[in-house]
Write a protein that binds this ligand. Structure first.
Ligand code: 5GP
Ligand code: ZN
Length: 115
């Protein structure tokens, strides 16, 4: 946990959100500024800045993040139409919030061009 991290505050319920899924390891909630009809963030409850800090011990939780994204995509009705899963890492990767998170984006045709 990092005291001044906004996602840690959401995890600690100090900042409100509408959880889509919560379990021992993970929290999923809507992005506050959605770029598509479906825009969900999946975050590990353990604070790590990004994939640079993820070690071998974190492999199971990284896998669960992907599985949860696929499950939420299915529950939100975009599994068949398609969706994108993105993890931004660091400044040039476009990361604004320094707590590892996965974006699940769908519900419209996304630009094929990345970056
Ligand atoms: P990044 O650029 O770090 O990959 O994406 C951070 C995302 O977090 C952005 O899409 C932004 O809209 C979202 N975000 C930032 N602050 C909050 C917040 O307080 N609540 C929620 N739900 N989303 C946030
Ligand atoms: Zn954090």
């Amino acid at each position: 946990m990092a005291n001044d991290c906004v996602f840690c505050k959401i995890i600690r319920k100090e900042v409100p959100t509408q959880p889509i899924h919560e379990d021992h390891d993970l929290l999923a909630f809507p992005d506050i500024s959605p770029i598509a009809p479906v825009h969900v963030l999946v975050v590990p409850k353990e604070h790590m800045v990004n994939l640079n800090e993820a070690g071998v011990k974190d492999v199971p939780v990284l896998g669960r993040m992907l599985r949860l994204a696929a499950r939420i995509a299915n529950e939100m009705g975009v599994a068949e139409t398609g969706y994108r899963v993105v993890i931004n890492n660091g400044d040039e990767g476009g990361q604004l919030v320094p707590h590892l998170h996965l974006h699940l984006i769908g519900g419209k045709a996304l630009d094929q061009k990345l970056g």
